[in-house]
Ligand binder design. Sequence first.
Ligand code: ZN
Length: 397
Amino acid sequence: MEQVLTLVCKLNPTPSQSEKLEVVLHAFAAACNYTNEVIKPQITSKTTIQNVVYEDLRSKFGLAANLAVRACARVGANRLVAKRAGKPVKAFKPTSADYDARIFAFREKDWTISLTTLEGREHIKIDAGNYQRGKLKGRKPTSAQLCKHRDGKYYIHIQLKDEIPDPQPIKKVIGVDFGRRDIALTSNGDSWSGKQLTETRDRYSTARASLQKKASTRTRSSRRRCRQVLARLSGRERRFQSWVNHNISKTIIQQAKSEKALVAIEDLTGIRERTNQKPRNKTERRRSNSWAFYQLRMFLEYKGLKDGVEVVAVPPAYTSQTCHQCLHIGLRSDKKFKCGNCGLSCDADWNGAKMIAALGTSVNSPRGSNGLYCNLSTDSSGLLKAHTVFGTPNQCG
Ligand SMILES: [Zn+2]
């Protein structure tokens, strides 16, 4: 299997190089718009598109051979995406152009990239920090995207393709419960308290509310200052959250790797419904309707893939109410879980994590001994998803 990492580096073009980049971006967008106009709307195949307009793109827009090929591919790809979303293809803007191995290269000895423009090849210095240097060292990337960001500067998005290790043989399953009280709790018993995070977020939220009020009522200059502070706050809050999520996911994946475990998480497409089951106040709703859980899932998947740890999403429907020992529906109060069938009484979130692990185990052995069946599919992001049908212990003994 392969994993692609996109590395963004700022370019340091000379003024004359900037002009050439600008020309490329405009020609590329114009070529895409032209292609989109002349090719019948239902056609998405890059080869078919190329057969019709390739010569035109070369002569009308002055594109180098492989830039013309990339423009055809871009139109085909955008049409596919638009078709899936049931929307028309958006007009192409002069903000990005695609490059492949024939027209793009990275040179480590002087930290430059070379790009084919409409007037030949240009070597452009890149701003590479330690992170970028570490990732690019010894690499020969073969595809990239030239981009102009909203700051008006030019960037190169370099695709680094890595062979990823085959998933390791699985000896156990670690279930991870994303909760309200704890950000995450594993069936191993590790938990990350949401307390500090919640406090930080609440503090930012209060500050935000007051600033937003000021931003709409005060004088013009103070309104502007309020908006600036707001933008800064949102960045800081986001970075803090990301840092927390990075640490949680890193710890879980490392643990799974050393224990040869599969990581089972809840299918988060349902988390809003679940944590919002009971009517809640505004504060609680804001806490649960966040991108934070989504980001944590993405981090887990990404790091899992890199380290050969399998991550699987299980349906959350019953995890909070089902007893992990006997699979009967029990009683859940806010913190406690009680099972009327087998008498289990424990922390509700921990039972949830154990239940997720049990579901994960049934993924690992579809006719597993724990009486759970699973059908598997892969979602759009490539995450393995389990659709569980509760079996009875009698049926599958
Ligand atoms: Zn029970």
